[in-house]
Write a protein that binds this ligand. Structure first.
Ligand code: FAD
Length: 377
């Protein structure tokens, strides 16, 4: 076994860190204050190669794979988990197009996503409940030339920054009764609805997509009719969950950084509080969570890069790392005492961001169901 990050991926990691610290960092305060996504950052994300990280070379990407993606998302999320979320959902649509799109569809949409003409979206969740995919009510009714789509998607990342989101809707009954479509924003009957105000990941754009008698050409279907559940689940389990895990890893890194910094600076009883054993234990707990999660996240991404079965490992990494990020950011906040509750200290943002990561990409309970199935099998 070799646990070293390959040297070419260390370059990706280092440049993502520099990009996050030098460019992304400038937008953090504004995102926190307004809850708005900084659109001006999109060309820079394209230029830095973050948008096209897992896209094939022939479609304008850099095809660096999932371990590279995890390292890059971790570095970005160490500075802004909100931008991490936006990027991870963007990658989900690219992955779905790579896995299921025709050559023509790939050529049409993937280069535009890599260039940042618009951001990627996978829209599955509806007000009827994200955990119950089969309970969705959006319907695509067949016509002579394609489908007419009616319905509403909620909690969708990059909703208002999308140009051609991937949307899953009912075309029949049962598990073979869902299909996936790319819906271009020019199509009549497609609009965006409310934008959510979240407690954390505030700068990530989250909102509704609304379809009212939206005529969708047959050529916009991704995969076969009835393959929508597979398209959605593969994107969620093999790209969405490791993406959320990488974001949570970035929060763990930042929690450790902030806790160590504060513990060294804060003087009580004439000494830094890092001299107190209870504080040292707290730092050790954050460190232990961070290191254990790194192993889970990097291994799951490596498995995907090897083309091996990895859905359970991705879910394991997502559940354990997002829960650890909540625990570690809370511990880091407690180490700050009252200062931890003041908005000028980043640690309170880390805690709020970590809480949002738990449900985005599928809740811990759903993750446990997936893992228990693997254990029982
Ligand atoms: C910031 C953010 C970004 C998101 N981005 C996207 C996106 O880009 N695209 C998209 O499609 N969706 C997105 N989502 C939606 C996300 O996938 C859902 O929030 C998630 O799947 C949970 O669905 P829900 O919120 O409707 O909760 P519900 O499904 O209503 O669940 C409520 C509670 O019931 C529990 N529960 C449900 N079923 C079971 C069960 N069988 N056993 C035990 N407990 C159960 C859940 O764990 C949860 O605690 C996003 C969500 C957030 C918060």
């Amino acid at each position: 076994m070799n646990f070293d990050i390959p040297s070419e991926l260390k370059i990706v990691q280092r440049s993502a860190r520099e990009f996050a610290e030098q460019v992304v960092a400038k937008y953090v305060t504004g995102m926190e204050e307004t809850g708005e996504y900084p659109k001006a950052l999109i060309p820079a994300l394209a230029e830095a190669g973050i948008l096209g990280l897992i896209a094939p070379l022939e479609y304008g990407g850099s095809d660096l794979g999932y371990l590279a993606r995890t390292l890059a998302l971790e570095e970005i999320s160490r500075v802004s988990a909100a931008i991490g979320l936006s990027m991870q959902c963007h990658h989900m649509q690219i992955a779905a197009l790579v896995d299921w799109g025709t050559a023509k569809q790939k050529k049409k949409y993937i280069p535009a996503l890599c260039r940042g003409d618009y951001l990627g979206v996978v829209a599955v969740t509806e007000p009827t409940g994200g955990s119950d995919l089969m309970g969705m009510t959006s319907v695509a009714t067949p016509t002579s030339t394609g489908y007419v789509l009616n319905g509403r998607k909620c909690f969708i990342t990059n909703s208002h920054l999308a140009g051609a989101p991937l949307v899953v809707a009912k075309t029949g009954e049962g598990p073979r009764g869902l299909s996936a479509f790319v819906i271009e924003r020019e199509l009549k009957g497609y609009s965006t609805g409310r934008q959510e105000h979240k407690m954390g990941l505030r700068g990530a754009n989250t909102g509704e997509l609304i379809f009212k008698d939206c005529k969708v050409p047959r050529s916009n279907m991704i995969g076969d009719e009835g393959a929508g559940l597979k398209v959605g689940l593969k994107a969620i389990s093999e790209t969405g969950r490791p993406g959320m895990a990488a974001i949570a890893l970035g929060i763990l890194d930042a929690s450790l950084d902030e806790a160590v910094k504060f513990a060294r600076e804060r003087v009580l009883y004439k000494k830094p509080i890092s001299n107190l054993q209870a504080i040292q234990w707290g730092l050790a707990e954050i460190y232990a969570d961070r290191e254990a999660c790194k192993l889970l996240c990097y291994r799951a991404s490596w498995l995907k890069d090897q083309g091996r079965e990895c859905a359970t490992e991705m879910t394991l990494a997502k559940v354990v790392t997002t829960e650890a990020a909540v625990r570690a950011s809370r511990k880091a906040l407690e180490i700050h005492g009252g200062c931890g509750t003041m908005l000028e200290y980043p640690v309170q943002r880390l805690y709020r961001d970590a809480m949002v990561c738990v449900s985005a990409g599928g809740t811990t309970e759903i993750g446990k169901i997936v893992m228990s199935r693997a254990v029982l099998d």
